[in-house]
Structures are given as structure tokens and as C-alpha cells.
Design a protein around this ligand. Structure first.
Ligand SMILES: NC(=O)C1=CN([C@@H]2O[C@H](COP(=O)(O)OP(=O)(O)OC[C@H]3O[C@@H](n4cnc5c(N)ncnc54)[C@H](O)[C@@H]3O)[C@@H](O)[C@H]2O)C=CC1
Ligand SMILES: O=C(CO)COP(=O)(O)O
Length: 295
């Protein structure tokens, strides 16, 4: 039996999908009216755990549940970089769980389409190939799973694409045109690869579904929360109002700060992330930012 931690859009979509193949329970902070909803205590009794909560909440979650989580086999479905510690999620998890018990799920996957059984391709990255194999058996046929041992690359790809999606939404909101958006996305792919390779990631990861695939999906659709953040920032809405209206997490808002902090400290060239950071955290005028970037 498998436990899904987090009953938001993505946790409930994963729960819906894998329940077609294997007995699964789900839990979250707020009780939901879902069959097979259980308490966190009960969920943490299972050997295989899938975590789909907001990335910025993961450190606290692990610290609170460290005794119950330490021997579990965990698939992390969250996409982000912790901006309080500026650590990647694998670094945070490895403070609590052996890396051979960790795997990371990423790729182009709007929760809504997964709930509609639409064909989806994802990557499971782990240092432990047997664990990646095991988790891949939990997914139904409409979800094709690729395996990778490039944990950092898959993590960076899934997190960074959210930042480029915000920038792409701003581009759309400023009505800069398709040429500009295509250039921005292409440069965004180069930037996320540059950032990832700095930490030992493989270029192939950024050319695959976790990188280019998820970036093209997220940076081109109003189904993306991050894209909608950018779109609405360009239309002059405040970030507070945008996030209130979203009611769901937009991970790119928080990952932007982590990337800016890391890139500044390590001297990595991340112009798009820097512009998004200045817009969100330094109140830089949107209309002055991306045009500079594209000039
Ligand atoms: N929605 C989607 O299409 C996809 C989302 N993801 C990723 O899945 C992760 C979860 O996002 P969504 O479910 O989409 O967002 P959501 O906003 O619908 O749900 C967030 C979940 O995190 C939980 N959470 C928030 N703060 C928490 C805390 N302090 N302690 C415990 N739980 C907490 C909430 O209860 C909720 O279950 C994110 O990292 C997102 O990038 C990945 C692929 C697709
Ligand atoms: O990660 C996702 C699609 O792969 C969901 O994107 P958003 O978080 O921007 O909605």
C-alpha cells in the first residue's frame, strides 16, 4: 500500500492515478472528503510514501515527522528549492532519510489532465535504480515513466521552469509577442541548464521531459499557476492579490528567491531569474524589466 502526503491539486491527481493500480491512501493537513482519506499518523505507517506538498513546507514537515519518516521509501513530487536554507530538496531530505530511499518525480504534468487520464510522461530520478523501478510500477499505463540517476538535474529542471514560466507570463501580459516569448523560453532553457550543470547536472536532463518538456508546457499555458502569476503581474495586479486569487501554490515565486540567493553567492549567470526576483522582491517595474532582458 502507498500513502500520498498532500491532497492539493497534485497530490490528489497522483492519488487518483495510482489508485487505479495499487491500494493507496491520502492525507493532508485539512481533512478532505475523499474515500481512503486517512490521518497523517496512519499514512506514515506505509513503507512507500509520495510527498506532494508545497516545497517551502517540506523542511518543517520532515523535522516534525522525522522519527516516522526516517526508514520510509519516498517519492518527492514537489518542485521547488527551499528559500530559507537555499538547499535543494534532495539535500534537505538527505538530512532525514538515506538517499537510497529517495526518488524524485518531475515532468510536464498539469494535475487536471492527469485526472482526465490524458497521456503524460514523467521522470523518476534516484541514486537507487531499483527504487525508481519500484515507484514506476505504481503508475497506470497512461503515465509513461522515464528513469534517471540525475537527481539534481531533474530537481533543478522542475523548480527552475516555474521561474521561467513567470517570466513568460509577464512577456505575454506585456504583449511583447510570440517572437519575444520564444526567445525568452529558449534563453530560459539555456539558463536553467547553466544553473543545473554548475551543480553537476546533465545537459541531457534539460533536453528531456523534465526540462524542455515541462518548460514548454508551463511557460505556454494559462493552466500554469506560475504563468498566471506573470500574466497578472504584467497587468498591474499586486502579488498578494494574485496569490489570494490563485488559492494554490505558485512555487516559482519562492524558488526565484532561492535561485537568486544561490546564483549571487556562487557567481552563476541567471539574468531571467534575476529580473523575476527584482520584480517580485524589489518591486522593479515590470515594463522596465523584460524588455531590458530581451534587448
Ligand atoms: N498542480 C500541478 O499541476 C502540479 C504541481 N506539482 C507540484 O506539486 C506540489 C504541490 O502543489 P499543488 O498540489 O499543485 O498545490 P496546492 O496548493 O493545490 O497544494 C499544496 C499542498 O501542500 C500542502 N501544504 C502547504 N503548506 C503545508 C505545510 N506547511 N505542511 C503540510 N502541508 C502543506 C497543502 O495542504 C496542499 O495539500 C508543488 O511543488 C507543485 O509544484 C507538480 C506537478 C504538477
Ligand atoms: O508543474 C506543473 C506542470 O508540470 C504545474 O505547473 P504550475 O505549478 O505552474 O501550475
Amino acid at each position: 500500500m502507498v500513502s500520498v502526503i498532500g491532497a492539493g491539486a497534485w497530490g490528489s491527481a497522483i492519488f487518483y492515478a495510482i489508485s487505479q493500480k495499487i491500494e493507496t491512501v491520502i492525507t493532508s493537513r485539512r481533512k478532505r472528503n475523499i474515500e481512503k482519506f486517512v490521518s497523517l499518523e496512519k499514512a506514515l505507517k506505509n513503507e512507500y510514501i509520495i510527498i506532494a506538498i508545497a516545497s517551502q513546507s517540506i523542511k518543517d514537515f520532515l523535522e516534525t515527522n522525522k522519527e516516522k519518516i526516517k526508514d520510509k521509501k519516498i517519492l518527492i513530487a514537489s518542485k521547488g528549492i527551499d528559500n530559507k536554507t537555499n538547499k535543494f530538496l534532495n539535500e534537505i531530505f538527505e538530512e532525514y532519510v538515506d538517499r537510497n530511499n529517495l526518488a524524485f518525480l518531475s515532468g510536464p504534468s498539469f494535475a487536471k489532465e492527469v485526472k482526465e487520464n490524458k497521456p503524460t510522461a514523467l521522470v523518476i530520478a534516484s541514486q537507487n535504480e531499483k527504487l525508481a523501478d519500484k515507484f514506476s510500477t505504481f503508475f497506470p499505463k497512461f503515465i509513461k515513466i522515464y528513469k534517471s540517476n540525475d537527481v539534481i538535474g531533474v530537481e533543478v529542471a522542475g523548480a527552475y521552469k516555474n521561474v521561467i514560466a513567470i517570466a513568460s507570463g509577464i512577456c505575454e501580459g506585456l504583449n511583447l509577442g510570440n517572437n519575444a516569448k520564444a526567445a525568452l523560453i529558449a534563453r530560459g532553457l539555456v539558463e536553467m541548464d547553466r544553473f543545473g550543470e554548475f551543480f553537476g547536472a546533465s545537459k541531457d536532463t534539460f533536453l528531456g521531459v523534465a526540462g524542455a518538456g515541462d518548460l514548454f508546457l508551463t511557460a505556454n499555458s494559462t493552466m500554469s499557476r506560475n504563468y498566471r502569476v506573470g500574466l497578472n503581474l504584467a497587468k498591474g495586479k499586486t502579488l498578494d492579490d494574485i496569490l489570494k486569487e490563485l488559492k494554490e501554490v505558485a512555487e516559482g515565486v519562492y524558488t526565484t528567491k532561492a535561485i537568486y540567493n544561490i546564483a549571487t553567492k556562487k557567481g552563476i549567470y541567471t539574468p531571467i531569474a534575476n529580473e523575476v526576483y527584482k520584480i517580485i522582491y524589489e518591486r522593479k517595474k515590470v515594463k522596465d524589466s523584460l524588455r531590458d532582458l530581451l534587448s
